[in-house]
Design a protein around this ligand. Structure first.
Ligand SMILES: *[C@@H]1O[C@H](CO)[C@@H](O)[C@H](O)[C@H]1NC(C)=O
Ligand SMILES: *[C@@H]1O[C@H](CO)[C@@H](O)[C@H](O)[C@H]1NC(C)=O
Ligand SMILES: *[C@@H]1O[C@H](CO)[C@@H](O)[C@H](O)[C@H]1NC(C)=O
Ligand SMILES: *[C@@H]1O[C@H](CO)[C@@H](O)[C@H](O)[C@H]1NC(C)=O
Ligand SMILES: *[C@@H]1O[C@H](CO)[C@@H](O)[C@H](O)[C@H]1NC(C)=O
Length: 527
């Protein structure tokens, strides 16, 4: 059972976890088991506090704001392509950008209180997938092969460089950011949870997603001083009906055509420049792109911790710091803008509006969201698992806080199914003069960076400007959607200036989901 998490104290109090597969029968026993290991809550708490006080969990301390500031400093100090004109290099890495809030969080409009939240969050920073690491490794190998005849001094580091990244897994920085997201969620929404109204948490079955969820849960619980025990996590296997992954639409196409066109436009010049610095390396266009992504992957994989955290009394110095990888120095600001646009195209034509069968893959989640927002059973005939969703143990209604853990492609499908980030025309695979429009509103770095989150807040509002009629509770309910802390305008449901829509208008606006994708889901199987 996936009750709770694989935390460091798990062996002391929590039964060992099984494989990534959800056992409904044991789920039924969960409540009693939870009681069993939470009843001796005192000793549990004591152990945890001891751990905290000995800094074993120091990286989770409240003061401990992770690395981005540190990273920004590094970036501004970096050569050539940083700080200039407000350009922040690590925010140009599209889906490989580390999480950052796009705007400062704003409290809901006055007269409104939040009475439910639904979070869907991407796993934290990870290693390259096994597929993309193959190209990265071949590029690095080619450069190493000519390391004795490198011409560009910025490439000198290659002589001493050893590629040491794993594949697919969450990196430490990603784990810490996930935990901080849990801490932030508690600090922001603590009034919605209590020992009798625990967060309800689900994760797609991929390991990095599950670990992001357990780290989040740990951060949440610690921020609550353990008043909120570690929640159980419902893990949804990837080979089953899964609303947290884009795995159920075999006929959906890919973005290869559009990203290939774009690479053909910006890649040759950059490849030529790299070749001039490393004569004889013979990099392909794909390898040039791969080296650009290595800047991001190598950076998030190598965090520095202070030499002696246990002797330091200042938790601020014990934070993880990102330091830009030397690979980043091989690319200019213009290159990074091109790389960023490659990510934007990839997601737009992968599961976004540019993919005819993209948005439909987000429908199952939207229907689950509507069920939670309206406290009524799920109505869906797409990706949901009807067995899970019709059981109150595995799909409870009436909770204050729901958190689901997922992937970038799936979150893009969900945004597009909902109608977020609307586009008046498709993204051009090759923009005029090879310059991506800087004012475009489809920027993947701001949509699905590592650790990205969409939060749907249900508001309960009173007062003349909000409640149009008294007596009916539904009329006092509003919805606000934030993506990475930026309030979405929700024009599709007639939102106020402040971005809140009446709940009934919001539900009405979700006709595509309520109609099971209006025939698109069936097309998923026309292969
Ligand atoms: C957090 O994630 C890391 C992997 O990146 C993992 O080793 C650790 O066990 C996780 N911690 C919890 C509490 O889930
Ligand atoms: C590579 O490592 C050697 C030995 O540690 C060192 O002397 C040299 O300065 C390093 N070169 C670069 C370019 O970092
Ligand atoms: C639905 O969930 C149940 C309970 O976990 C599981 O046994 C079943 O395999 C799932 N079915 C599908 C089609 O996903
Ligand atoms: C690049 O191509 C040249 C000519 O085909 C070849 O001699 C050389 O070995 C290649 N370099 C690498 C690193 O593979
Ligand atoms: C899984 O989804 C398919 C497609 O909608 C559906 O036919 C099937 O009944 C679902 N299975 C469960 C257990 O919900």
């Amino acid at each position: 059972m996936h009750a709770s998490c694989s935390c460091s104290w798990e062996s002391k109090t929590i039964p060992p976890r099984r494989d990534n597969d959800w056992d409904l029968q044991s789920r039924f026993k969960l409540k009693s088991k939870l009681k069993m290991y939470l009843l001796p809550g005192l000793s549990f708490g004591v152990i945890l506090y001891w751990l905290l006080s000995t800094y074993t969990l120091g990286s989770l301390g409240r003061e401990d704001r992770l690395g981005l500031e540190g990273l920004l400093e590094e970036t501004r100090g970096g050569p050539g392509h940083s700080g200039v004109g407000g350009f922040i290099v690590e925010r140009s890495w599209a889906q490989y950008s580390p999480y950052f809030p796009v705007e400062e969080y704003k409290a809901p409009p006055s007269g409104c209180t939040i009475d439910q939240i639904n979070i869907i969050q991407r796993h934290g920073a990870r290693f390259p997938t096994s597929g993309s690491s193959k190209t990265i490794i071949s590029a690095v190998t080619k450069l190493k092969a000519v390391q004795d005849t490198l011409v560009d001094p910025k490439m000198d580091f290659i002589r001493n460089y050893t590629y040491d990244l794993g594949t697919d897994d969450l990196v430490e920085f990603g784990a810490v950011q996930s935990s901080q997201a849990g801490e932030e969620a508690f600090n922001r929404y603590s009034h919605l949870v209590s020992p009798d109204n625990l967060p309800f948490i689900r994760a797609d079955g991929s390991e990095r997603v599950v670990l992001s969820a357990t780290n989040w849960t740990e951060g949440f619980s610690i921020a609550s001083s353990l008043n909120i025990p570690l929640s159980s996590i419902l893990i949804i296997p990837q080979d089953s009906n899964d609303t947290l992954d884009d795995n159920m639409c075999p006929a959906a196409g890919s973005s290869d055509e559009q990203t290939g066109e774009w690479l053909g436009a910006w890649g040759p010049d950059v490849t030529t420049r790299l070749e001039e610095g490393a004569p004889g390396a013979n990099l392909t266009l794909e390898e040039t792109y791969a080296l650009g992504t290595l800047c991001a992957f190598d950076t998030v994989a190598h965090t520095s911790t202070p030499p002696n955290p246990s002797t330091s009394k200042d938790t601020r110095t014990s934070k993880l710091k990102l330091k830009l990888s030397p690979w980043c120095n091989l690319f200019t600001q213009t290159d990074f803008k091109a790389l960023e646009y490659a990510g934007d195209l990839d997601k737009f034509y992968g599961t976004g509006y540019g993919q005819p069968l993209g948005p439909v893959q987000g429908v199952g989640y939207i229907n689950e969201l509507l069920a939670r927002l309206t406290d009524s059973p799920v109505k869906d005939h797409t990706q949901t698992n009807r067995t899970l969703d019709s059981n109150e143990e595995t799909f409870p209604l009436g909770r204050g806080l729901y958190a689901d853990f997922s992937h970038d492609n799936q979150m893009i499908a969900i945004y597009s199914a909902m109608g977020l980030f609307p586009q008046s025309s498709p993204l051009p695979p090759v923009p005029p003069s090879n310059k991506p429009d800087p004012s475009r509103t489809w920027k993947v770095s701001e949509m699905v960076p590592f650790g990205a989150r969409m939060v749907v807040e249900r508001l309960s509002c009173s007062g003349s400007s909000y409640a149009s009629a008294s007596g009916s509770t539904d009329k006092d309910k509003f919805v606000r959607v934030l993506v990475n802390d930026k309030v979405m305008p929700l024009a599709f449901c007639g939102a106020s200036q402040e971005g809140s829509c009446r709940l009934d208008k919001f539900v009405e606006s979700q006709a595509y989901a309520r109609n099971d994708g209006e025939g698109d889901f069936e097309k998923c199987f026309d292969v």
